[in-house]
Design a protein around this ligand. Structure first.
Ligand code: UDP
Ligand code: MG
Length: 310
């Protein structure tokens, strides 16, 4: 294999249906583009026939395909980091396996890298996803925009291109819960965004349900902002002030009106409110502490079972 100048990294989790169709479109696009390339599939612990499909594809095109197989499912972003670690190109492109973003758009991204940009982000112009997914993305982008310093239009779009300098920094960062798109944007010195196509999945189903999406958004927020902790402190301070005023008022009534025993339900309402605030705060704190714990354990981000390469 000649040293590739472009590496395409694709995370794969139960994509047996999409894989052959993807290769049928991606490889001709890259062949036509002309520069030496490699496609690194990271099999993120698929439990279907994906590994078999990948091995078949590798047999057909060992000159360009490489397969990294994980022992179990670590998640899309760790899979992409693994792809980065194995990549050799000067430019790395990430792409989802399900053809929601057309591989035919890759040359457009590469052109922007040639113009001197170190990160080229795709923006899904007309998204073909379910309404609730689009809503979650919109809220997530608004939240990121408000409480982190990262400015970008669509952190959920995985069709992106990166210069080697950015890839090296991401790999070196050793982040245990990386959020690739935001992380790369924060490391970029000259990023740019371009519209890319978006279609419905070619096969299989989305790997994200609401629970996974919420966890994924916690990764994003805790990874780039301390605002939730600070907000919690501010709410705590405001509530303490309000409580102090209430206590003063109650002492005043006790002294000048005498003992009173009414208002049990109000008391409960106030208590429930305060307990729920405390629990939310503990939860937020836990999200950070859990991630710190993950980081300090220094366990490997993933374990590779086998690598297929020439
Ligand atoms: N993926 C992965 N590991 C996971 C979940 C997803 O490698 O735990 C891959 C998946 O195979 C696909 C990409 O990440 O290539 C995006 O997943 P999906 O299309 O399900 O996400 P959506 O488009 O619904 O946001
Ligand atoms: Mg998808």
């Amino acid at each position: 294999m000649t040293e590739p100048s472009i590496s395409v990294v694709i995370p794969v989790y139960n994509e047996e249906e999409a894989l052959p169709i993807l290769c049928g479109r991606l490889l001709p696009t890259m062949d036509k583009h002309g520069k030496p390339y490699e496609v690194i599939f990271v099999n993120d612990g698929s439990t279907d026939q994906s590994q078999k499909k990948l091995a078949e594809l590798f047999e057909k095109r060992p000159d360009v395909i490489r397969v990294v197989q994980f022992v179990h499912n670590y998640g899309q972003h760790p899979a992409i980091v693994a792809g980065f670690e194995h990549s050799r190109g000067d430019v790395v492109v990430t792409l989802d396996c399900d053809l929601q973003n057309p591989p035919e758009d890759i040359p457009k991204l590469l052109e922007m890298i040639d113009k001197g940009h170190d990160v080229v982000g795709g923006v899904r112009s007309k998204r073909k996803d379910l309404g609730w997914r689009r809503l979650v993305s919109k809220l997530s982008n608004i939240m990121r925009d408000r409480i982190t310093h990262i400015k970008m239009s669509d952190h959920g779009c995985m069709l992106r291109a990166y210069h080697r300098s950015v890839i090296d920094q991401i790999v070196k960062s050793g982040d245990a819960t990386p959020f690739i798109t935001a992380l790369s944007q924060s490391l970029a010195t000259n990023p740019v965004e371009i519209p890319v196509g978006h279609e419905a999945r070619v096969g299989g189903t989305s790997k994200y349900n609401l629970y996974r999406l919420i966890r994924y958004n916690f990764d994003l927020i805790t990874g780039f902002s301390l605002v939730p902790l600070q907000l919690f402190t501010i709410v705590g301070m405001l509530l303490s002030t309000a409580s102090l005023i209430l206590v003063g008022y109650l002492i005043f009534r006790r002294l000048f009106i005498g003992p009173e025993a009414e208002g049990v339900f109000t008391l409960f309402a106030v208590l429930f409110f305060l307990i729920s605030i405390t629990m939310t705060g503990l939860g937020i704190l836990g999200e950070y502490v859990g991630r710190i714990y993950k980081e300090v354990r220094h366990r490997p981000r993933y374990v590779v079972k086998q690598v297929l390469q020439k």
